[in-house]
Design a protein around this ligand. Structure first.
Ligand code: GRG
Length: 295
C-alpha cells in the first residue's frame, strides 16, 4: 500500500475513534453506556465509516458533514455484531479480539446495549450533523439508515441466515443472505457519503454498484477466513460455519472458486470507479485489499 494512502487511512481511523468516543459519553445509568462504549470502542477496522467519509470527500472536497452519519453507521454495525454474538444467535465468546459484550457484561445488558445503539445512532445524525446540511438531505440519510437497519435489509439477511442453518440452501438464498446481511451496510456507507457529498444520480448509482461488489467480496472473504484463519488473526472464533452447518460461499462453490470470485468482484469494483471517473486512492485500495485481508 502506498505510504500516502496508509497515512490517509490512519488519519480517517484516528478521527473516527475520537468522534465515536466523543459521541458516546458515560451517562447515568453507567452500566449501559459502559457496555455500548465497550463494543463500539473495541477497535474494529472502521471500514464502513471510512468508506462513508471518503465518498463524501471525493465528491465534495469535504467530509466534515458526514462525520456524525459515518459514526452512526459504525454504531449500527457494532449493534449488529453485539446481537449476532448472543447465545440465541451465533453464540460467540470473542469479538474484535475481546470478550463479546454478553460475556463481559450480561446477556440482558448486551441486548439493551444493542437496542440503545440502534436508536442512539440516528439521534446522532439528527443532533450532530452540521446545520449547513439541508433537512431534506438529513431526511434522505435517515431513510437510508432506517431501511438498511430493519426488516427489509439487515434483519431479513439475519433471519434467512439463521433459518438456513443445518439445511441445504441454493445459491440464490446464499446471495440473499450476503446481500442483506453484509453488502447492505457497505451500500449504506457509500450512499450516505454520496448523498452528503451532493452526488448526481449517475454517481450515486455507480457508488452503489461499487459498494455491492466490495460488500459481496468482503463476505466471501469472511467465509474463506472462517476456514483458514486463527482466533488470534481474526479476533473471533474461526471454524464456526462448519460447526453450525452453515452453507457458505466456500461450502457451496469450493475454495478456489471463492477466491476467484473475490478477486473478480474487486476488479469489477475498481473498474466501476474508473468508468465513472471517481478518483480515490482509498476506495481503490479498499477494493484491492479485500483479497489480501487476514482479519
Ligand atoms: C439488526 C436487530 C439486528 C440484529 C443484527 C444482521 C445481524 C443481526 C447480524 C449480522 C452481523 C454479521 C456478523 C454480519 C456479517 C458481516 C461481517 C462480516 C461483519 C464483520 O465486519 P468487520 O470484519 O468487523 O468489518 P470489524 O470488527 O472490523 O468492524
Amino acid at each position: 500500500m502506498k505510504q500516502s494512502v496508509k497515512q490517509q487511512l490512519n488519519d480517517y481511523i484516528k478521527l473516527i475513534e475520537q468522534k465515536l468516543d466523543e459521541f458516546l459519553p458515560l451517562k447515568y445509568p453507567e452500566e449501559i453506556w459502559e457496555s455500548m462504549r465497550y463494543s463500539v470502542l473495541a477497535g474494529g477496522k472502521r471500514l464502513r465509516p471510512v468508506l462513508c467519509l471518503e465518498t463524501c470527500r471525493v465528491l465534495s472536497g469535504n467530509f466534515e458533514q458526514a462525520i456524525p452519519a459515518a459514526c452512526a453507521i459504525e454504531m449500527l454495525h457494532t449493534q449488529s455484531l453485539i446481537h449476532d454474538d448472543l447465545p440465541c444467535m451465533d453464540n460467540d465468546d470473542y469479538r474484535r479480539g475481546k470478550l463479546t459484550n454478553h460475556k463481559k457484561f450480561s446477556e440482558s445488558t448486551a441486548v439493551l446495549a444493542g437496542d440503545a445503539l440502534l436508536s442512539f445512532a440516528p439521534q446522532i445524525i439528527i443532533q450532530k450533523t452540521p446545520k449547513t446540511v439541508s433537512q431534506d438531505k438529513i431526511l434522505k440519510v435517515l431513510e437510508e439508515f432506517l431501511v438498511s437497519a430493519g426488516a427489509e435489509k439487515l434483519i431479513a439477511g439475519q433471519v434467512v441466515d439463521i433459518d438456513s442453518e443445518g439445511k441445504q440452501i441454493d445459491k440464490d438464498t446464499l446471495h440473499f443472505i450476503h446481500e442483506n446481511k453484509t453488502a447492505a451496510l457497505f451500500k449504506l456507507s457509500l450512499r450516505t457519503g454520496a448523498i452528503l457529498g451532493d452526488a448526481d444520480e449517475l454517481q450515486l448509482a455507480a457508488l452503489t454498484d461499487y459498494a455491492e461488489k466490495i460488500g459481496l467480496a468482503f463476505q466471501i472473504m469472511d467465509d474463506i477466513l472462517d476456514v483458514t484463519s486463527t482466533l488470534e488473526e481474526l479476533g473471533k472464533t474461526p471454524g464456526k460455519d462448519a460447526l453450525e452447518e452453515k452453507a457458505t460461499f466456500v461450502s457451496l462453490y469450493g475454495m478456489d472458486t471463492a477466491k476467484q470470485r473475490v478477486a473478480s468482484l474487486c476488479d469489477e469494483a475498481c473498474d466501476i470507479l474508473k468508468e465513472n471517473n471517481i478518483v480515490s486512492d482509498i476506495l481503490q485500495e479498499i477494493a484491492n485489499s479485500i483479497t489480501e485481508r487476514v482479519a
